[in-house]
Design a protein around this ligand. Structure first.
Ligand code: MTE
Ligand code: MO
Length: 377
């Protein structure tokens, strides 16, 4: 069993699949902490978890066309000046289970917790690239930075992805090669011993168990860059899809979700109100400027309090916002449907429903979040 050496997981992680292991916690637990505890951080593995010996670990940096690549040990990387970046990471398929209700899609049946926020410590990728010989001229001539993980499929292919080079070399891109997550060495499930952290960009490009970086004129040719993690029209299905026609997802659009109460919960009304809590986040370093809630189908909207928000300004606002709102409730109301939507610093907002954003892979599933609850007076 190739999965026999996978690490032990916390029992608050609810598996979406066991081999490979994919899991998320309950949204109600998630919204309790601005920094997601490592044990509750969603896990998205495509393959068995590698077991890397930190003593013999090597990271290879290749600049296409150069004779020799440069190799760094873990110790080499840890000796360099470090940076700590707090960022939210989200899977492109977060909240897919809601889109599936419109029409089935291919993908893990994620709820609203395939997202988390952590403090990562590591070395800026741009400094490592400079040491590997990348010049300012190279930054213009090459277009992509490709990453390879140490996890391999049955055909011997590594997990891989790439990002545009500007993101990697721009000081404000805040891309780091991380060796710590929330103050401890990165747990095995999250990429031990080195993972690239690409703030503001879809989870899939934050390659875990990083063993190779290639500076290239081309994108990664991996399955996950070319034939997955792309958006399509609602009328495109598996018989007509041409993956070459859509760009790979990089920065993610604005999203929000209610974490508490959960859909189907019974909630006690206090002082004529109920308390609703959730998260909101936007990719590309945009900041959440407002979260709106309604309990009457959009006739009236309540603006949520932004309870916990990092002070960083866009376009370097990498973390989610935790919010809460008190929704007034009539004496006679027994059931309630609550909707939430967020607005980011570009004034982009979420689509109303899933009908017109449905896509065959169930990605970018960011319509208004809607929950139905029962009320107890
Ligand atoms: N990196 C490697 N090497 N292998 C993977 O399967 N999954 C990607 C990304 N990096 C993956 C990877 C995807 S799709 C996501 S959403 C994030 O890792 C999940 O990171 P997490 O498991 O730390 O939450
Ligand atoms: Mo993902």
């Amino acid at each position: 069993d190739p999965y026999g050496r996978d690490p032990k997981r916390h029992n608050a992680l609810i598996p979406a699949s066991k081999k490979p292991f994919n899991a998320e916690t309950l949204p109600s637990l998630l919204v309790e902490n601005f920094i997601t505890p490592n044990e509750l951080f969603y896990v998205r593995n495509h393959l068995p978890v590698p077991n890397i010996n930190p003593e013999t670990y090597e990271l290879e940096i290749e600049i296409e066309g150069r004779k020799k690549s440069k190799v760094f040990t873990l110790e080499d990387l840890k000796k360099m000046p470090c940076r700590t970046i707090t960022t939210t990471i989200m899977c492109a398929g977060n909240r897919r289970s809601e889109m599936t209700k419109i029409k089935p899609v291919k993908g893990l049946n994620w709820g609203a917790a395939a997202i988390g926020t952590a403090k990562f410590k590591g070395v800026p990728l741009r400094e490592v690239l400079k040491l590997a010989g990348l010049s300012e001229e190279d930054e213009e001539n090459f277009k992509h930075v490709q990453f390879e993980g140490d996890d391999v499929d049955v055909t011997g292919k590594m997990y891989g992805a790439s990002i545009p080079i500007w993101k990697a070399v721009d000081k404000r891109g805040d891309v780091i090669l991380a060796y710590e997550m929330n103050g401890v060495p990165i747990p095995r499930d999250h990429g031990f011993p080195i993972r690239v952290i690409v703030p503001g960009i879809v989870g899939a490009r934050n390659v875990k168990w990083l063993t190779k970086v290639v500076i290239s004129k081309k994108e990664s040719d991996s399955h996950w860059q070319q034939n997955d993690y792309k958006g399509f029209s609602p009328s495109t299905d598996w018989d007509t899809v041409d993956f070459k026609k859509s760009p790979a997802i990089q920065e993610l659009p604005v999203i929000s979700a209610i974490g508490k109460p959960l859909d189907g919960d019974t909630v006690k009304v206090e002082d004529g109100h109920i308390l609703v809590k959730g998260y909101a986040w936007s990719g590309g370093g945009q900041k959440i400027v407002r979260v709106d809630l309604t309990s009457d189908g959009g006739k009236t909207w309540h603006v949520a309090n932004l309870d916990h928000q990092d002070p960083a300004e866009p376009p370097r606002h990498w973390t989610w916002t935790l919010w809460s709102a008190k929704i007034p409730v009539d004496k006679n109301t027994k059931n309630m449907e609550i909707w939430a939507k967020a607005v980011d610093s570009n004034y982009n907002t979420q689509p109303e429903g899933f009908e017109n954003i449905w896509n065959l892979r169930g990605v970018l599933s960011n319509a208004y979040h809607r929950i139905n609850i029962k009320l107890e007076h």
